[in-house]
Design a binder for this molecule. Structure first.
Ligand SMILES: NC(=O)c1ccc[n+]([C@@H]2O[C@H](COP(=O)([O-])OP(=O)(O)OC[C@H]3O[C@@H](n4cnc5c(N)ncnc54)[C@H](O)[C@@H]3O)[C@@H](O)[C@H]2O)c1
Length: 410
């Protein structure tokens, strides 16, 4: 399938004005009363020192806020703090801040194996395994341990925040703070408002996002919230291309050519192949299940994922994965065909800035052309459906940029 969506390059100032306008609009929360009182956040607790917990903690230490990081195992805590120190050291060596800052920032981080140490935190962010049972046990305990008025946040990628909040006696204080990997680098912070989350907790979270130099996007509770919901469709489309004969690195190459720093398989290697997987699992991503079941490949953190990695984390296509992909393709029942590199999808992370974002690009090519492309893709990828709004815009010649902001549904 070749689906090309290209537009004439727009002038840089037009793109930058559009990005500024849309970023500004994301801060205006429809329905949040002006002057909602903010809660002071002086001390933060983070549960889990893994891929996300470490990066999340850095965001606060970077702006002088003390963080207590709680783990279940000493080895995981040591590893997590070691990664943070290495990251800070790399930044100092590159001249991003003075050498003594490494010690200052590390001095703001306290490791612990005891949840009771979170008792005096104003905000606690849970970043442990993506498992509802584990998260519920933690939130019930946080409800018992944490001081009244503390914000109890989860970094869950997909789980129902209302269900997590239901095990506490203070669902008004529970919210999703969904960081993106690497959490100390990526600008986006999805703030996920639950059914009972108070205005003060939403307003404080939006304000905090600014303080830690993030761009906030408020979401309601739904599977995958905003980013991962879009990403799921992209993943499904990539999955169909794999079945039809493309290799993961062919698909990534198309994304790289379009301007994304990472394609879906490069990103999966960064995030970890085992997110949402456990032994015996049959998920919506059967190739990933096969790789995790048969090999210790878990992405960059294990030195191997879809790609093989050297010590500097440079990836090269893996012959072991190629053999598994070929077996997967042979069993998929989808006739093999040549898949062109010229394939782009509308939505995703790290959308190239010089293309202005999916909506900007959509307006550049026009809603009519977007409709044609989405209709074509939806014939191959049944999970992708054409929205009524897109049909309406195409019929009326409307623009994505002119769509009014909507209150989120909770
Ligand atoms: N990796 C990503 O790209 C990404 C992005 C956004 C959100 N998330 C979400 O963040 C959460 C964490 O993901 P991750 O990739 O950092 O996982 P990870 O496996 O890298 O780290 C999880 C850490 O939690 C620790 N842990 C487990 N149970 C614990 C407990 N009861 N108390 C304290 N620590 C405990 C583990 O020892 C481990 O170090 C998940 O909910 C995931 O869905 C992940």
């Amino acid at each position: 399938m070749t689906v090309s969506l290209t537009a004439q390059a727009a002038p840089a100032d037009e793109i930058s004005a559009y990005i500024t306008k849309s970023t500004k609009a994301a801060w205006d929360v429809v329905g949040l009363p002006a002057g909602t009182p903010l809660k002071p956040i002086r001390k933060v607790g983070v549960l889990g020192a893994g891929t996300m917990g470490g990066g999340i903690s850095m965001n606060f230490a970077n702006v002088g806020i003390a963080v207590t990081i709680v783990e279940i195992q000493q080895a995981a805590l040591d590893r997590g703090l070691g990664v943070i120190r290495k990251n800070y050291q790399n930044s100092a060596d590159k001249g991003r801040f003075p050498q003594e800052e490494v010690g200052v920032r590390m001095g703001l981080l306290t490791g612990s194996l005891d949840r009771a140490d979170l008792a005096d935190c104003d905000l606690i962010i849970e970043a442990v395994f993506e498992d509802m049972g584990v998260k519920k046990e933690i939130f019930a305990d946080l409800d018992r341990i944490c001081k009244q008025g503390a914000i109890l946040a989860t970094n869950t990628s997909y789980l129902d925040i209302n269900e997590i909040a239901s095990v506490t006696k203070r669902p008004q204080d529970v919210i999703g703070l969904h960081f993106f990997s690497p959490a100390n680098v990526m600008k986006l912070l999805e703030i996920v408002r639950g059914k009972h989350t108070s205005d003060a907790v939403v307003a404080t979270s939006m304000d905090l996002a600014k303080k830690i130099n993030k761009v906030a996007a408020l979401a309601g509770v739904c599977p995958g919230f905003i980013g991962n919901r879009m990403l799921a469709r992209r993943g499904q489309a990539a999955g169909y291309l794999l079945q039809a004969g493309a290799m993961p690195w062919d698909i990534d190459a198309a994304f790289n050519k379009f301007g994304f720093k990472m394609g879906p398989y490069q990103m999966s290697d960064l995030a970890g192949l085992d997110i949402g997987w456990k032994p015996g699992a049959k998920t919506a991503n059967p190739l990933r299940d096969m790789i995790c079941e048969r090999t210790p490949r878990r992405g960059q953190k294990s030195g191997a994922g879809y790609y093989d990695y050297d010590a500097a984390r440079n990836g090269t296509p893996s012959p072991e994965v190629e053999a598994i992909v070929k077996e997967y393709q042979a069993n998929s029942g989808v006739p093999a065909r040549k898949v062109s590199h010229d394939v782009t999808w509308l939505n995703g992370y790290g959308f190239p800035q010089d293309k202005g974002g999916p909506m900007f690009l959509g307006d550049k090519v026009g809603a009519k052309r977007v409709l044609e492309v989405v209709e074509r893709v939806s014939k191959v990828v049944p999970e992708i459906k054409v929205s009524n709004l897109l049909r309406k815009l195409a019929a009326e010649g409307g623009k994505f940029a002119d769509l009014p902001a909507q209150p989120i549904k909770v």
